[in-house]
Write a protein that binds this ligand. Structure first.
Ligand code: AVJ
Length: 322
């Protein structure tokens, strides 16, 4: 029996209209700010993979080391659950989990969820070739669109790695965790990667790599508007800016327009003028404190099963039980 490689939710929603509307809303917002999910088209997903290989970007390798050290224990604690991964990207860190699942036996079923069709199909192909016995079904959709299928996948482990949850505002985080708790059944698991508060220089270094990949990643959002919406934005007049806001404990990532620019997005054809020196925020990346985040998660209906960290206390991997 063949399962479809890619399941796409909401086939009726035109992705171009969705993107254009979101951009117009973002340019007119105060402060101007974009939805970060649109950073991940084929080009953006590839650039993010390149970011994860930069020496300054400690997050991915720190989390991968924690996963490598504890995957077997995670499998022992959870049992032979299905694994659904939100924002799987290239799904390379997932190898540690799949290996532990295979070693301890039972069928291994993996459901990567990602907004990028290109990233998803290459992730599925990679997993199938490295792990021929794992059943893989890719789901192309936004995180919350995957929640309704969770009840059917139970017993399930939902993995949300890389501190991707840090892209959400505090209010969005709460809504997300509550919705996830409501979609899971008691006894299901949530494996959550969190980047922790640390020294400013380390944080700012990670989002301002020397090779300039972070800058290309930020600029690609506007290149995507040019490609898909015919915006005609002059990319040479866009600089990447990322700094740590200690008051809010988050890295704010923006595009700075170095010249005034007027352009139009089609559809819906609205004219937008951005002044010289203006910022358009493309992402926030929140940094967490365990003593603050654990009670919040518990308040949403999750119990901490295990908390794994690295020796430096830079990153945490939480195994939570619904
Ligand atoms: C994929 C959201 C976890 O916030 O560190 C990295 C995205 N942006 N460099 C992060 C990102 C610029 C990344 N997340």
């Amino acid at each position: 029996k063949r399962t479809p490689a890619i399941v796409q939710s909401q086939p009726n929603l035109d992705p171009l209209i969705d993107f254009a509307r979101s951009c117009v809303r973002g340019f007119y917002a105060d402060p101007r700010s974009m939805e970060s999910r649109f950073l991940y088209d084929e080009e953006g997903s590839a650039l993010f993979e390149e970011i994860t290989r930069q020496p300054e970007y400690y997050l991915t390798r720190t989390e991968a080391a924690i996963l490598a050290a504890h995957a077997a224990e995670i499998r022992e604690l959870t049992g032979p659950t299905r694994i659904l991964e939100l924002g799987s990207g290239s799904a390379q860190k997932t190898d540690h989990l799949l290996r532990a699942w295979l070693e301890q036996g039972g069928p291994t079923r993996y459901y990567p969820v990602d907004v990028s069709a290109a990233a998803l199909s290459s992730a599925c192909a990679g997993i199938r070739s490295r792990f021929p016995t794992v059943e893989v079904v890719g789901v192309q959709c936004q995180y919350r669109e995957a929640f309704p299928v969770l009840a059917q996948l139970s017993p399930v482990l939902v993995a949300f790695l890389g501190s991707s949850i840090g892209n959400f505002t505090p209010q969005e985080t709460l809504a997300f965790v509550r919705a996830l708790a409501a979609a899971l059944r008691p006894g299901d698991f949530f494996l959550l990667g969190l980047d922790l508060v640390k020294e400013r220089s380390i944080l700012e270094g990670a989002y301002n790599d020397q090779a300039g990949v972070s800058a290309r990643f930020t600029r690609n959002l506007f290149a995507r508007m040019n490609r898909e919406l015919g915006a005609g934005i002059d990319l040479d007049a866009i600089e990447h800016a990322a700094w740590y806001r200690q008051d809010q404990e988050l890295v704010e990532i923006s595009a700075r327009f170095t010249r005034e620019q007027t352009f139009r997005l089609t559809p819906p054809g609205r004219v937008i003028t951005i002044g010289q020196g203006e910022l358009v925020r493309t992402e926030i990346s929140r940094k967490f404190r365990l003593e603050r985040v654990m009670p919040e998660l518990e308040g949403c209906g999750f119990a901490a099963e295990r908390v794994f960290t690295d020796d430096q206390g830079w990153f945490a991997l939480l195994l939570l039980r619904r």
